[in-house]
Design a protein around this ligand. Structure first.
Ligand code: AMP
Length: 463
């Protein structure tokens, strides 16, 4: 998954992008990058592995001069976690310097890449986004917008793009609109960002969210709306609202916080826990859901688990510590809240089940009398092919195990997942969403998929 940000018409644009990326850090922690463009059209770039504050030193930022800049935070879904795949990509082609930052995942990049390689293209990365750059550069069209259009007509899947060609800034959302992108105004300048929380940090005012198929062109302070990409049914990613986006953002026209509280309330209606003493979240992603659950059920809201905010990248390699130990680094129970109590634990989602199993063991050790686990989304049935980093089908616990089996694996007294209708009921107009990870209904062809459904499912541990 990734975060993208762009500004134009503002002095020291790279400094603003740096702040924007800070607010989008949750969307990608592997690498970060910024490309800036000066008034005479020269581009400067810096990319590095790590968090935004690790990648950019004050000196590096000062070098990124110009009043146009774009940036990216990356969590790899296609292509490995190496510097070559960090974005924004910057190339010089016949139209001038081109920089591109992509959030999403192309579902036919493998095919297109093989084609391009056969025609002589030399790729510098293994990321799907570079395919777009090659397609733009190889277009026969004269106008830059037509070159971009040619490229977009060939790719399938999810893309929210922020790109610059020369000094012109473009923001583009694929025709199904999987990933968010918002447009903001700051003084005489313009801002594009994955989420509104990144507009807030630079003090920009939200103008509007880009709708599926929208693309905007901003040049010399003027904004042009270009013709929409050919219509497809809207498929906004429902998991953005469940887990991915920040609760202080407005995404797909909805307050993420409000949606998450509604999910918690729906969960309490579907899976009450009469007789429990209290409810608490697995912080931080489920905080609003636990609030909703407490509201609806009348149970006392507690802080039963404390999250260590300084986890970052630990220097423990996989040989020294398993994923299980990492959970202990991240969370610790509050003994006083838990000992002797019947508790309801609310989590936003269960992916592999590793976190929840380990958490439950911690709660038992802290003296919990009963643990009732509640999940504010349905069982995850399949991997995401549109940009969320979910593991292969075989590693998804719910793809091959029933709720009863998962309950035994987690070692909880009861387990309740929100139903798919319950999820749709908590967001508006459920039919405009992609819920493929829950329903298994993928809205596009999956040309590149190598995830074989017949692979051995993950073994469960009971007891
Ligand atoms: P797991 O141990 O794999 O079941 O992890 C479940 C936890 O991971 C939940 O608490 C979620 O908040 C979180 N989560 C859900 N989806 C993702 C994702 N794509 N990347 C990282 N964490 C996630």
């Amino acid at each position: 998954m990734c975060g993208v940000f762009g500004v134009t018409g503002l002095q020291d644009a790279a400094q603003l992008v740096y702040l924007g990326l800070y607010a989008l850090q949750h969307r990608g922690q592997e690498s970060a990058g910024i490309v800036s463009v000066t008034r005479d059209g020269r581009a400067h770039g810096h990319r590095g592995m790590g968090l935004v504050n690790e990648v950019f030193e004050p000196d590096t930022l000062r070098r990124l001069v110009g009043d146009v800049a774009i940036g990216h935070t990356r969590y790899s879904t296609t292509g490995s976690s190496v510097l070559a795949n960090a974005q924004p990509g910057l190339v010089n082609y016949h139209g001038g310097p081109l920089a591109l930052a992509h959030n999403g995942n192309l579902t036919n990049a493998r095919e297109l890449r093989a084609d391009l390689v056969r025609q002589g293209s030399i790729f510098q990365s293994s990321s799907d986004s570079e395919v777009l750059v090659h397609l733009i550069a190889r277009s026969d069209a004269r106008r830059i917008e037509d070159q971009i259009q040619d490229a977009l007509e060939r790719v399938e899947g999810a893309y929210s793009l922020v790109l610059t060609v020369g000094r012109t800034l473009y923001g583009i959302v694929d025709a199904r609109g999987f990933r968010p992108l918002v447009l903001g105004r700051l003084g005489a300048g313009w801002v594009l960002a994955s989420e509104t929380c990144a507009l807030d940090i630079v003090g920009a005012r939200m103008v509007r969210e880009l709708e599926p198929g929208d693309w905007v062109k901003i040049e010399d302070g003027r904004l042009d709306e270009l013709p929409r990409l050919p219509g497809k049914p809207s498929r906004r990613c429902i998991f953005e609202l469940v887990y991915f986006s920040r609760p202080d953002s407005t995404v797909f026209g909805q307050s993420v916080d409000r949606v998450r509280r509604a999910l918690g309330r729906a969960l309490a209606r579907e899976h009450p826990a009469p007789g429990a003493d209290s409810v608490f979240s697995v912080p931080d992603s489920s905080n609003a859901m636990a609030l909703g659950y407490a509201d609806e059920s009348g149970l006392k809201l507690e802080h039963g688990l404390i999250r260590n905010h300084y986890v970052g990248r630990t220097f423990i390699n996989p040989g020294q510590a398993t994923r299980v130990a990492k959970v202990r680094i991240k969370f610790n129970p509050v003994q006083d809240v838990i000992a002797g109590k019947s508790v309801v634990v609310v989590d936003d989602s269960v992916v592999r089940g590793t976190t929840s199993r380990e958490l439950v063991q911690m709660l038992r050790q802290a003296g919990a009398r009963e643990v009732h686990f509640r999940v504010a989304s349905p069982p995850i049935a399949g991997p995401c092919h549109y940009g969320i980093d979910t593991p292969t089908r075989a590693e998804l616990i719910a793809s091959s195990h029933s709720t009863a089996e998962i309950r035994a694996h987690l070692g909880v007294d009861s387990l309740g997942y929100l139903s798919l209708p319950g999820l749709h009921g908590a967001v508006d107009a459920g039919d405009r969403y992609c819920d493929a990870c829950f329903s298994g209904q993928y809205p596009t062809d999956l040309h590149d998929v190598v995830d074989l459904p017949d692979r051995e499912p993950m073994p469960l541990i009971v007891g």
